[in-house]
Write a protein that binds this ligand. Structure first.
Ligand SMILES: [Zn+2]
Length: 235
């Protein structure tokens, strides 16, 4: 794996990984991850997620990354984004929403923004540090180890600020792609209900995302500011 070092100072901090490396790293880590987790083979879920993802990628997200939406066969209720555009939803998430495209669109939009805002990549850069990136650039480190590290990082919490930011982007991306952004409220309420009913099912989700009333309130505030109401929520 060749990692070239591109240092460009910006408002979001220095960029250590080039876009190409970011995409390559994310793909390699995603390939390992899906081999471990197992891909869903049911065309209903696979095509639904792919089609909604495609609309979001085309209509909403800046075209900087090749977005690629896939479904894992597990019953977990969760979704993750790898650097560079690979995004996974678990089958359990799609089933919890009863295949509702608007709810799925908001979650995929939320995840897509972790890519477009480089949340995952910035964490990787921070965690790897400059020396490790230099080692990578000179092929001193195994690709396998790096893939495992990336997979480990995307499964961790991004922190409150980035999650709230992703919640707002999720609404915007869903809206721009022609979906009802008020579905965000329905999704967060569903997560809350599930946490009370079957906490084990959302263990993974709440390890990666905050799940609380504050988050619902923040989304409602944002929808109100934008003047977006819909079939799932009205001010
Ligand atoms: Zn998130």
């Amino acid at each position: 794996m060749v990692v070239s070092l591109v240092l460009t100072a910006g408002c979001k901090g220095p960029r250590l990984l080039s876009r190409e490396d970011e995409i390559k790293l994310g793909r390699e880590a995603g390939d390992d991850f899906e081999r471990e987790q197992g891909l869903d083979t049911d065309p209903r879920t696979v095509e639904l997620v792919r089609d909604i993802g495609k609309k979001i990628a085309q209509a909403a997200v800046p075209p900087e990354y090749p977005y690629d939406f896939r479904v894992l066969r597990g019953k977990d209720v969760n979704a993750v984004a790898f650097p560079g555009g690979r995004i996974y939803a678990w089958r359990g998430l799609v089933e919890l929403f009863d295949y509702d495209p608007h709810m799925i669109a908001w979650v995929l939009g939320h995840e897509a923004s972790h890519v477009s805002q480089r949340h995952a990549t910035r964490r990787l850069e921070k965690s790897l540090g400059f020396e490790a990136l230099v080692a990578l650039a000179f092929r001193k480190s195994g690709a396998q180890q790096v893939a495992a590290l990336v997979a480990n990082l995307v499964m961790q919490d991004y922190g409150r600020d980035q999650e709230y930011e992703a919640d707002r982007w999720g609404c915007k991306y869903a809206y721009d792609a022609g979906y009802d952004p008020s579905a965000a409220v329905a999704v967060l309420r569903k997560f809350q209900e599930l946490q009370k009913r079957e906490p084990s099912k959302v263990e993974l989700l709440f390890a990666t995302h905050p799940g609380n009333n504050d988050r619902i309130n923040a989304v409602e505030r944002y929808l109100k500011e934008q003047g977006w109401s819909g079939q799932y929520w009205k001010p």
